[in-house]
Design a binder for this molecule. Sequence first.
Ligand SMILES: NC(=O)c1ccc[n+]([C@@H]2O[C@H](COP(=O)([O-])OP(=O)(O)OC[C@H]3O[C@@H](n4cnc5c(N)ncnc54)[C@H](OP(=O)(O)O)[C@@H]3O)[C@@H](O)[C@H]2O)c1
Length: 218
Amino acid sequence: MTQTIAIIGASGNMGSALAKSLSKGDYRLLLCANNLDKVQAVADEIKRDNPAANVEALDCTVDASWEADIIIAAVPYAAEKEVAERIRQVANQKIVISIANLVNESFDGAVTAPNTSAAEELQRLLPNSKVIKAFNTTFAADFATPVIDGKQVDAFVAGQDEEALQTVSELVRVAGFNPIVAGDLSVSRTLEHMQILLMQLTLKYNYNWLAGWKILHQ
Ligand SMILES: NC(=O)c1ccc[n+]([C@@H]2O[C@H](COP(=O)([O-])OP(=O)(O)OC[C@H]3O[C@@H](n4cnc5c(N)ncnc54)[C@H](OP(=O)(O)O)[C@@H]3O)[C@@H](O)[C@H]2O)c1
């Protein structure tokens, strides 16, 4: 059965990249953000490139989440509390994907305490949802080029619910990345700090925001 995915923040760098990638899969996509014109432009662009894409722009985060099987919170961490409060009831028992990184303005640390993460904070705000960490270690530009230097970029997935982890791993695969289930939701602390490091290295070595993680193994 076709799953419905609501992308909140679908006009942003990550939200639009996710929408474009996932529109290639067998999903119905509902795109929302604050500004309907901006999400409509993303939906129009996807339809132009792929007329068969099942994608729709909506001006209401609550309606989109109500219809969705899976909700992606592609908003800045600062907006997550407000978004969580709006979707709490309609996200009951649903998968909610946290992609946020808690990097501070100078890119040299996190804005949260060391004993938590954006994903765990979102789970606290949505106690009846299945929060899964994913896509935080992939830059927006990687979605157009998920194979870099001949290697498929890894994308880490973390959470408590086994079925939800498998569902999100499939989403990661459809987006073009190699999914790796990294552990329970507390692993998000490491995953979010990994991305702070990658941002610092990107700036230092001028990777042009096209970089990713790859575990080499036998
Ligand atoms: N950029 C990356 O490469 C990257 C990589 C990994 C993870 N992330 C994470 O992804 C998230 C989004 O980053 P981004 O770079 O895509 O940010 P962005 O380009 O600024 O996009 C933010 C999106 O969130 C929407 N938004 C903001 N407040 C909202 C609210 N209260 N309700 C509904 N929608 C709201 C914005 O819509 P309007 O424009 O209509 O306000 C916009 O669509 C962040 O948590 C970031 O840490 C980013």
